[in-house]
Each structure stands twice: as structure tokens, then as C-alpha cells.
Write a protein that binds this ligand. Sequence first.
Ligand code: ATP
Length: 269
Amino acid sequence: MSAPVRVDDVRYAIDGIPLLHGVSLTAPAGRLTGVLGPNGAGKSTLLRLIAGLTRPAAGRVLLGDHDLHRLPRKVRARRVAYLEQQSTTEQPLLVRQVVELGRIPHLGRWQPPGPADRAAVLDALVAVGMIEYAERRWSTLSGGEQQRVQLARALAQQPEVLILDEPTNHLDLAAQLTIMAQVAAAGRTGIAAVHDLNLAASYCDRVVLLSGGSVVAAGTPAEVLTPDVIEEVYGVRPRTLADPESGRPVLIFDRIPAATAAGSGVQVP
Ligand SMILES: Nc1ncnc2c1ncn2[C@@H]1O[C@H](COP(=O)(O)OP(=O)(O)OP(=O)(O)O)[C@@H](O)[C@H]1O
């Protein structure tokens, strides 16, 4: 089961500094929506708000027909899973126990996990390719392995909405493709911050491009990821091709001449 998410003219500020300036977007049910934009564009700020971790100063986030911020906490926790950019866990937990944390919203107070919970945990570990690590200490895993386990935790939660802040961070190429494929095929409403525009173009049904806390463009990858829009937002102009198999856009970035890069303050090896 999944529900659409609608963000309606949301504003957000910290210490009087406005970070989101009237952001609106729709994430269709059961589809993957990519949130794109340069560093500091407001992606994480927006995702935390959609996950219900922070409240908008104005505007609303709707989950189906319900104002997400008015849902009881436990109901929201069952319906929405959030994978933050750098998930950590303080306790010396086993991998299996970290994934079991995803079942907490489904359990009553003091209720131990039952067969359905254990099955959800195992399925999630298989989905991210980490089943063989189930009895390892989470803290001994590599960064990419930890990231996969945190994704398994979100999947084990079996939410309607899966909110992922850079889910492919730290992952090797095959793992990036696998994770994006799993998220896209999960049948849940996925909203993911993604830096790699080509990864977003090939896996996202829709993309929303943020810049400076505002939406610059939204639509299918082909509608949004045009050379003009990319140049306007990122300051670099790609060439685009259409993938002959999928028709989706493929972006090619030419090398920036060393003299230009040196002038921009970016270190060139
Ligand atoms: N607590 C805070 N106080 C002041 N400014 C903040 C605070 N938290 C975030 N910001 C600012 O809000 C802006 C948006 O930050 P955010 O983390 O949402 O960007 P992002 O698009 O996720 O960036 P990145 O791609 O680098 O992860 C940034 O300019 C950031 O410096």
C-alpha cells in the first residue's frame, strides 16, 4: 500500500534564516521522486520536513488526504520511513538488531517481535544483499555496508512512504544501481535526494530540482534535466543524449578546462 505525498507551499526557517521559500511538489503514490539540487539547496531540510521531523512555518505536507504533521507520532512512524544522510547507532548492536529497529512502530509496548516481524527483517536484509552479515556487529561494517543495513531498516518498516537522503552515498557502482532499482521497484512512494543526475534520470519517475530553497523545475527527468536548466542551477552545461533503450536522458559533462577550474577555487589535482 502507498499514498501520494503533496507538499503545499511550505516555508521553513531556522533562527530567522529562511531555508525553504514556498516549496510545492507532488510525489505520486508508488513512484520514485528524486529531489535534486546543488549543495545547500535545501534537499535535506525538505526531506526532514516531509518525514515529520520538523514542522513547516507555513504550508502543509499531505500524506494522502491527511496533514502529515497532525498524524499521531506512532501512526506516522508506521507510514513513513526516513533514512538520513549519515545514519549511526550508538549501541553495540548486531546488524539484525539494527534492522529490527524498523519494526518498533508496529509493536505494542513491551511486545517482542513475532514471526511477521522476523520475516520482514530477513526480507529486508536479503533485499540489500546483507543477509550474511546478520550476526555481525554493525559498528564493524564498512561505510557502504552500514548504509545498506540502514536501508534494510527502512524497508523492514514496510512504510507507505520511503524518504531517503542520498541513499547511494558510500555505495559502489553495483550497489548504487541495485539500491536504486530496489527503491524504484518497492511499490512505495519514494522520495530520495540524489546527487548523481544520471542515476536520478534512469531510476526516478519524477524529479524536483531545488536551488536556494526554491523549486526551479519539476517533472519527468526528460522535462527537467535539460542543458539550460542544469546550467542555470549548477553552472555547468551538459550535453544530453536520449538512452536508445529507455528514452531517458543521459547527461555528459565535458572536462572543465584547468584554467577555469583554478579560477573557481576548486582544487585541480
Ligand atoms: N541549523 C542551521 N542553521 C543555519 N543554517 C542551516 C542550518 N541547517 C541547514 N542550514 C542551511 O540550510 C541550507 C540547506 O541545507 P540542506 O542541508 O537542506 O542542503 P542540501 O541541499 O541537503 O545540501 P547537501 O547537498 O550539501 O547535502 C544550507 O545553506 C545550510 O547551510
